[in-house]
Design a binder for this molecule. Structure first.
Ligand SMILES: Cc1cc2nc3c(=O)[nH]c(=O)nc-3n(C[C@H](O)[C@H](O)[C@H](O)COP(=O)(O)OP(=O)(O)OC[C@H]3O[C@@H](n4cnc5c(N)ncnc54)[C@H](O)[C@@H]3O)c2cc1C
Length: 391
């Protein structure tokens, strides 16, 4: 029987939400344990594109309602953390791009004029030309307009690695999670038979949260999954591109981010409308053909003849929403000692942590004198999709 543990906060799920929260809590002196049943960040987090949105994409379809939305402040908070002067010390995390770009292929000028004049966007977007263009767009055949957004793109594998370092000895590989009740009140969890008592239990298990809630005898909050069918392209001729290509509709036609593979080549990771409903319905070969057609039309000067292609199906896990979602805040629900939520965006991990920390403060939860943890079996780091699919 593994030795029991008593901790201030027990977190289940070591994606960006659980790991960011864990690092914040430890910095504030709380004792924590984070249970992960697969790999650190290996759920949605290392499969994400790493864009730290400030809300400009939502402003495109009028869903960003004002500066009070948490997302507007995210690029600043991440920049400070990456510089080592923010709420966490994320020095050493690789910044892939200091900006994300909006790129219109040339036929949408009218549409864009009103968008760029709108209040939500003013001051956050500058047009760029010539040498300021992203390297992949620097070609004399390129005709569109490009705007620089004050949003950054981070290398998520190095982010997860750093957050895991900040988690110290608190990370626990665990499979079977059962409630630990005293007088019918949840006081902790049994993880692979080990009793872990905690002042608060946070479920940040992404797509695994619904099943965990069932195991704990809870039916709420309800969650939804929104599937994506992403495309990966790896090739010796690719140059960096971090951009939403506008297609006139509410969603970018494609969103391209560029990631370094272990062998030194670049991988384009392509999402946006291409990866949504119609793309989800396509078989992988048809999805690759659709991506080849899109990239061939939009970037005809890029030689993709030696490129290798793959697709990745992955669900976004979020609280269930009716109608138009509110994409610009993290979500947290509470039931006694149990706190359950989803950041809804990688960028909103700081907002998710704020919500938990505010709930602890409101309830007068303070750090107990720390007791040393036994040595715990540690979960491995999640492997990026391109290393698995295009080694
Ligand atoms: C293709 C794609 C691209 C995206 N791009 C962006 C982007 O550019 N910018 C952005 O801001 N957001 C983006 N997102 C959204 C973002 O990835 C997610 O909102 C975020 O990563 C969610 O983090 P999380 O920690 O809640 O979940 P996850 O990263 O999924 O982590 C949950 C963890 O819980 C673990 N777990 C599950 N069940 C259990 C259990 N029973 N016991 C223990 N552990 C368990 C899982 O193994 C996993 O490690 C993207 C999402 C997708 C799918």
């Amino acid at each position: 029987m593994p030795s029991p543990i008593s901790t201030d906060v027990l977190i289940v799920g070591a994606g960006v939400a659980g790991l960011w929260l864990n690092a914040r809590l430890r910095r504030q002196g709380f004792s924590t344990v984070v249970v992960e049943n697969a790999s650190l960040g290996g759920g949605q987090s290392v499969k994400s594109q790493g864009i730290i949105h400030g809300g400009a994409k939502y402003a495109l379809h009028g869903a960003l309602t004002g500066a009070s939305e948490a997302i507007a402040d995210m690029p600043r908070r991440w920049r400070e953390a990456l510089a080592g002067s923010g709420e966490l010390d994320l020095t050493g995390v690789r910044l892939l791009s200091d900006a994300h770009y909006l790129w219109s292929p040339g036929t949408l000028a009218g549409n864009l004029t009103s968008f760029f004049a709108s209040k939500a966007v003013r001051g956050r977007v500058d047009q760029v030309k010539g040498e300021q263009l992203p390297p992949a767009l620097q070609d004399k055949r390129f005709k569109g307009k490009v705007y620089r957004l004050a949003e950054l793109v981070v290398d998520v594998p190095s982010l997860i690695q750093r957050l895991a370092e900040l988690g110290g000895d608190s990370l626990l590989a665990g499979q079977v999670i059962e409630p630990w009740l005293e007088h019918n009140v949840l006081v902790g969890l049994r993880v692979d038979g080990r009793e872990i008592r905690a002042q608060r239990i946070v479920l940040s298990a992404g797509a695994g949260t619904a099943e965990l809630l069932t195991a704990l005898g809870q039916s709420k909050p309800l969650m939804q999954r929104r599937p994506l069918h992403m495309v990966l392209v790896k090739g010796p001729t690719l140059k960096p591109l971090y951009a939403h290509c506008l297609g006139g509709g509410p969603k970018p036609r494609i969103t391209v981010t560029t990631h370094p593979a272990a062998d030194g080549q670049w991988v384009w990771y392509v999402g946006g409308d291409l990866a949504e409903a119609e793309g989800v319905a396509r078989e992988p070969a048809a999805q690759i053909a659709a991506a080849q057609k899109e990239l061939g039309q939009l970037l005809p000067w890029v030689d993709l003849s030696d490129a290798r292609w793959a697709t990745l199906r992955v669900d976004r896990a979020e609280p269930q929403q009716s109608g138009l979602s509110r994409p610009d805040n993290a979500f947290l629900a509470e039931e006694g000692r149990l706190l359950v939520g989803w950041p809804t965006k990688l960028a909103l991990a700081p907002d998710f942590a704020d919500r938990v920390i505010n709930a602890l403060q409101r309830d007068g939860i303070v750090a107990n004198p720390p007791t040393p943890l036994p040595e715990l079996p540690r979960p491995p780091l999640g492997v990026p999709a391109w290393e698995q699919l295009l080694p």
